[in-house]
Design a protein around this ligand. Structure first.
Ligand code: GDP
Ligand code: MG
Length: 442
């Protein structure tokens, strides 16, 4: 269902209607699609309200069309619907690292256990799989077969009916076998609406094995019902993360993802198929980029990237102007951005208020060729030199020149330019202070 968005986006960018009408049509289609994907009505209304407001208020930067900027707004707002800028931390902070999987029966725990083991194995970890499901006789065999398929150590006991005992014994088995990511699959025998039992069971096993992370496995087809489950889980365990499975097989995936994101729980992985490699780290922005089909619009992507880079530069420049000091790293970013977006005065125009500050572009103008050289030079400097350019003496200049494939004169010229920019920034700070005294807030 969410795949529809690709078409809506490309229709919008190709469309001939006046901007306001096109926006209104887009918003209607977006709403329809999200509701069909089982996204909660309130979330949908909030989202579209934000999109409409921003679409009316925001002026696109000079090198971007209104239509393109609108897609950027949609991209931002949808990304925050699915969790925002969060990039889940999937690599363990310590080893051995114990992950315990919980969830209702059929949600995909056993499959996901093997998928996760395979994921970590590919990154050079040594995973170990444990089956503590004593309810379904076939559970042992299922995980055993999967472990053979991916060649990962496996432990369980088909004769025992005591999951806690199995968990403890297998834990030492895994540790003795020199593995460093231990993945415990559990039974999860309760159905929907019985979260309490699920959480109780989780707590019992957790007490015995003391996991570093408890992962709740949620089947995407429950759609926005995932909200209650995730909310209770999130408040019951501070070491919880969530995996949403079967996103390939349901129209309700958008509902499940947005519902879980709304609880502020962390979605670490998504399952996108029955096969073992079909597991992905969940990155909201990447996910949204994909459903909007931005990958098929390379020029737009390129522009959006340079906006992101320039917004980093904006922050740095704003700070530089407030403190009256600019670093070589700032200068590096500035040169990089200037290559894409043109002169500094134009970049400053993008920063609200700062366009009031006069910049002498003639003095700051540099050729493309020089920009390339200077970027190489800054790349060849040590951290110490970047922090404190005053220490760059003759012998350092020679070393940097050799390292960057330039000449000592090139390095000196860059350092002079750096001085010049620093003086300019100092002047800007003075003006900035003056304007503030006059009550003009930048
Ligand atoms: P458990 O009872 O929680 O251990 O669930 P299982 O791991 O046994 O999975 C139940 C069913 O869901 C199996 O048929 C799996 O192949 C299937 N399954 C699990 N994850 C995915 C997924 O991401 N996509 C699809 N299409 N099927 C999945
Ligand atoms: Mg299972």
């Amino acid at each position: 269902v969410l795949e529809n968005l690709k078409k809506i986006v490309s229709d919008f960018l190709r469309g001939k209607e006046p901007y306001e009408i096109a926006v209104e049509n887009f918003v209607k289609e977006l709403q329809k699609t999200l509701l069909r994907a089982d996204v909660n009505v309130k979330l949908v209304l909030e989202l579209t309200k934000n999109i409409r407001e921003r679409a009316l208020k925001e002026r696109p930067p000079p090198y971007i069309s209104k239509q393109e900027w609108f897609i950027k707004i949609v991209y931002d707002e949808l990304s925050s619907l699915f969790g925002g800028d969060i990039k889940p931390q999937v690599f363990p902070v310590k080893t051995p690292y114990i992950i315990m999987l919980v969830g209702v029966q059929g949600s995909g725990k056993t499959t996901t256990a093997a998928k996760i083991a395979y994921f970590y194995k590919r990154y050079g970890y040594r995973p170990c799989l444990i089956c503590t499901d004593t309810y379904r006789p076939a559970a042992y065999e299922q995980l055993y077969q999967l472990s053979k398929q991916i060649d990962v150590p496996f432990c369980g006991d088909p004769k025992s009916s005591d999951p806690i005992d199995i968990a403890k014994k297998c834990l030492s088995y895994c540790i003795n076998n020199n593995t460093n990511i231990i993945i415990i699959d559990t039974a999860g025998r309760h159905g929907y609406g019985e979260e309490e039992y699920l959480l109780k069971e989780m707590q019992d096993i957790a007490k015995a094995v003391n996991p570093d992370e408890v992962m709740l496995i949620i089947d995407a087809s429950i759609g926005q019902k995932a909200y209650d489950l995730a909310l209770r889980f999130h408040s019951a365990t501070p070491i919880g993360s969530i995996v949403i499975t079967k996103l390939d097989g349901t129209a309700k995936g958008g509902g499940a993802l947005s519902a879980v994101a709304a609880t502020k729980a962390i979605i670490k992985f998504i399952g996108t198929g029955e096969k073992i490699p079909e597991l992905e780290v969940f990155d909201p922005r990447r996910f949204v980029g994909r459903i909007l089909g931005l990958g098929d619009l390379p020029t737009l992507i390129d522009k959006l990237k340079s906006i992101e880079r320039s917004s980093d530069l904006e922050k740095r420049l704003t700070k530089a102007i407030a403190t009256g000091k600019i670093s070589l790293v700032d200068l590096y970013l500035q040169i990089q951005t200037m290559r894409k977006l043109g002169p500094l005065s134009k970049i400053l125009q993008l920063i609200p208020g700062l366009s009031l500050l006069p910049v002498d572009d003639k003095q700051l103008k540099i050729s493309e060729e020089k920009m390339d050289k200077w970027l190489a030079i800054i790349n060849s400097m040590t951290y110490e030199e970047l922090r404190n350019p005053n220490i760059i003496d003759k012998s350092r200049i020679n070393r940097i020149a050799i390292g960057s494939g330039t000449t000592a004169d090139d390095v000196k010229e860059l350092l002079k330019y750096y001085e010049l920019v620093n003086t300019m920034i100092k002047n800007m700070k003075r003006r900035y202070g003056l304007l503030r005294k006059l009550g003009i807030d930048l």
